[in-house]
Design a protein around this ligand. Structure first.
Ligand SMILES: Cc1cc2nc3c(=O)[nH]c(=O)nc-3n(C[C@H](O)[C@H](O)[C@H](O)COP(=O)(O)OP(=O)(O)OC[C@H]3O[C@@H](n4cnc5c(N)ncnc54)[C@H](O)[C@@H]3O)c2cc1C
Length: 290
């Protein structure tokens, strides 16, 4: 591994000064991606800026309106151990509990998972389904974007020089809504998705779908939102026929590569099946909570 300086700023302003000091920087949250990449010589920097001592990045809170604000460097385990999050945001728990094992989850963060910009990252489709927004900050101020606008390509996010991801904001779940995330992996743990699907649906009193979001992972150069799958759901009854149509739309939107983890036809088929199953599970969650 190349040598580099290690900086541990205690405030956002200190972090912004470090980012602007003219040296090549990499940010460190849990380090479960970036340390591996540095060690393998895939990434290089003059300085590694540790975000885990900055209070705004290390805290999270539920707001009075039911929304959630999560500092980008909060460990995943801290999130999924919270009973309020378990109850109100189970799709966040779905993704956080399958990223690596417990040791990884004790360090790894949503900020790192998103910023690493892997097409197969587990939090991305789940957060897209949940309609999450990201707060991006720099010495010049902050801006907010939809999570689906954070990805520029494999390993590339849309941060500009001097910026960091500060917060993930998840709106309050609508009444009578449910969400679910899952993935296909060839073995049971410690693997990355061959394909994945995150969905969220809202129903009226007659179980017609009034709102929907569907997102896929590992089937394109970035995680993708699938508006055609949402359109196949909205205004329709929440049943097998409707879910099958959304599954077909998901498969049609998938543009996967063929690699050692899976083939194109397999990944398109998985996009369909995972979407249908995620919708079934989201519907079950709504029914269980009535
Ligand atoms: C054994 C093992 C198993 C794994 N399993 C999975 C898995 O099942 N699913 C999965 O999705 N991933 C998996 N990963 C990858 C990794 O654990 C996750 O992507 C994790 O969420 C990364 O978070 P982190 O905080 O450790 O990121 P870091 O490694 O600290 O950072 C990752 C990247 O994001 C940048 N970054 C971090 N925080 C910010 C910020 N606030 N603003 C801007 N840029 C930032 C860093 O500079 C770096 O480029 C696995 C890794 C290992 C080693």
């Amino acid at each position: 591994m190349d040598s580099f300086d290690y900086l541990a700023p205690r405030s956002l302003n200190e972090a912004f000064s470090a980012l602007g000091n003219g040296k090549t920087s990499l940010l460190l949250a849990g380090g479960t991606d970036v340390i591996v990449q540095l060690r393998e010589g895939r990434r290089h920097c003059d300085q590694l800026i540790d975000l885990k001592h900055i209070p705004e990045l290390m805290s999270y809170k539920a707001n009075a309106d039911g929304s959630l604000e999560i500092g980008a460097a909060v460990p995943l385990a801290e999130l999924y151990e919270n009973t309020d999050i378990q109850r109100r945001f189970p799709a966040l728990v779905d993704c956080a509990t399958i990223i690596g094992g417990i040791a990884i989850q004790s360090r790894a963060t949503l900020g790192g998972n998103l910023s690493n910009a892997s097409p197969a990252a587990d939090s991305s489709p789940a957060l897209m389904a949940l309609n999450a927004r990201l707060v991006i900050a720099s010495s010049a101020g902050s801006r907010e974007i939809a999570v689906e606008d954070y990805f520029a390509g494999p390993g590339r996010n849309t941060l500009q020089p001097g910026e960091l991801l500060l917060q993930v904001k998840i709106p309050a779940p609508a009444p009578n809504s449910g969400a679910f995330y899952h993935r296909f992996i060839p073995r049971n743990e410690m693997d990355i998705a061959v394909a994945s699907s995150g969905v969220a649906i809202t129903l009226d009193a007659d179980e017609n779908i009034t709102a929907a979001r569907v997102a896929l992972g590992a089937v394109a150069a970035t995680p993708v939102l699938v508006p055609a799958a949402a359109a196949a759901l909205i205004g329709k009854p929440a049943n097998a026929e409707t879910f099958a149509a959304a599954g077909e739309a998901a498969a049609a939107a998938a543009t996967p590569i063929d690699d050692m983890r899976g083939g194109i036809a397999q990944r398109k088929h998985l996009a369909k099946i995972l979407t249908i199953r995620a919708l079934d599970n989201a519907l079950n969650r709504i029914r269980e909570n009535r």
